[in-house]
Ligand binder design. Structure first.
Ligand SMILES: *Cc1c(COP(=O)(O)O)cnc(C)c1O
Length: 389
């Protein structure tokens, strides 16, 4: 028996790697200077740590350190990415393109921009949750100035063809942003090769601390011009004022360094465990469907519909396994997932879905426990439904 409860919700957040926590510790205790203080060693030491963190983030995504702006997370990075360039772009057009399957942290800023007069198109995803280059191309007009498409979906794990979409945008001089929060550290990302102008990432989705993320901002071919969201001390070259959270930056940097070194071995181990979970459930339970793309998906993601079962009831019935249901993310509202709905699932099927998110610390023992717990709960709930009929 593994230690309980078993954590299989790694798309919501990940456990900080103990090596990340160890790297951060001295910056909470001894090296507490302000990275902007240039007149003493407290400041210099903090500044050096920030430089190192910036370099580690840049290395992971193929960027230049000068192209990294630290933010409080991916939500802020997305807001800065989509609102920041508009002042410079508005003379060229007023049309923005994104997709229905995006995270709320992309959809809601765009909805606000739509209320403020911008023309926003959300293209549909296909039945696998993928946003195709063809769907994006069909939405582009000569007034389109910015496209935002996520690299990998946080609910169904589908990986989008961002290189093809980036190329489409570059050919037309359109700024391309990708919310790569679920992708960075999990699949190879190279901002140059992939034609990305703006990229959002978050430390807590890659075994780093909560409260820190970054926006990559392309500096040449072409340079993206940004306005800050708010003003103050002028840190981060004026793009993001506020005293830098040095311990968090050290944590993000270490998380990126570990991802650079361990991404491939993590990937193959997590992929094998994901397959073990999927096969194990298919062997004992009928009427399960896989949501998302069968092969172009994150190794750690398994999103399944258990026909005839309510996902919320299922989660309650297996309290020792932490997962998310098909009405996840904004768990205060019980609406079925907008992503599953956009993929064509009706409300009942969306509600009968669970998202399993495996990660660096998931063990085979935990997977075997989860197979037992899920199948027992599904059988019991299906039995109850049959009796009620
Ligand atoms: C978690 C997540 C976010 C929000 O990130 P925060 O750092 O918590 O603000 C945005 N986009 C995607 C795809 C996510 O998975």
């Amino acid at each position: 028996m593994p230690p309980l409860p078993v954590y299989l919700d790694n798309h919501s957040t990940t456990k900080p790697d103990p090596r990340v926590v160890a790297a951060m510790w001295p910056y909470f205790t001894e090296i507490y200077g302000n990275a902007a203080s240039i007149s003493h060693t407290f400041g210099w030491d903090a500044g050096e740590a920030v430089d190192r963190g910036r370099e580690q983030v840049a290395t992971l995504i193929g960027a230049d350190p000068k192209e990294i702006v630290f933010t409080s997370g991916a939500t802020e990075a997305n807001n800065l990415a989509m609102k920041g360039p508009l002042d410079a772009l508005k003379k060229r057009g007023n049309h923005l393109v994104s997709a229905v399957s995006e995270h709320k942290a992309v959809i809601d800023p765009l909805k606000r921009l739509a209320r403020e007069g911008w023309d926003v198109t959300f293209v549909p995803c296909d039945a696998t949750g993928m946003v195709t280059a063809r769907a994006i191309e069909a939405a582009l007009t000569d007034r389109t100035v910015l496209v935002s498409v996520m690299a990998a979906n946080n609910e169904v794990g589908t990986i989008n063809p961002i290189t093809a979409i980036g190329r489409l945008c570059h050919d037309r001089g359109i700024v391309f942003h990708t919310d790569a929060t679920q992708a960075v550290g999990k699949i190879p990302i190279d901002v140059r090769a992939d034609g990305i102008d703006l990229l959002s990432l978050s430390a807590h989705k890659m075994y780093g601390p909560k409260g820190i993320g970054a926006l990559y901002v392309r500096r040449r071919d072409p340079q993206v011009r940004l306005q800050p969201l708010f003003d103050g001390g002028g840190q981060e070259r004026g793009f993001r004022s506020g005293t830098l959270p040095v311990p968090l930056i050290v944590g993000l940097g270490e998380a990126c360094r570990l991802a650079s070194e361990e991404r491939e071995t993590d990937h193959s181990r997590i992929f094998d465990l994901r397959e073990r979970l999927h096969r194990g459930l298919l062997e004992v339970l009928p009427m399960i469907r896989l949501n998302g793309h069968p092969s172009d998906r994150l190794a750690g993601n398994l999103n399944l519909t258990f026909e005839g079962v309510d996902g919320e009831a299922l989660m309650m019935a297996m309290r020792d396994v932490a997962v998310s249901s098909g009405s996840a993310c904004s768990s205060s509202n019980p609406e079925p997932s907008h992503v599953l709905r956009a993929m064509g699932l009706d409300d009942d099927l969306a509600r009968a879905s669970l998202r399993f998110g495996l990660g660096r610390f998931t063990t085979a023992e935990e997977i075997d426990f989860a197979i037992e717990a899920v199948s027992a709960a599904v059988k019991r709930l299906r039995g109850l439904t049959a009796i009620a009929r």
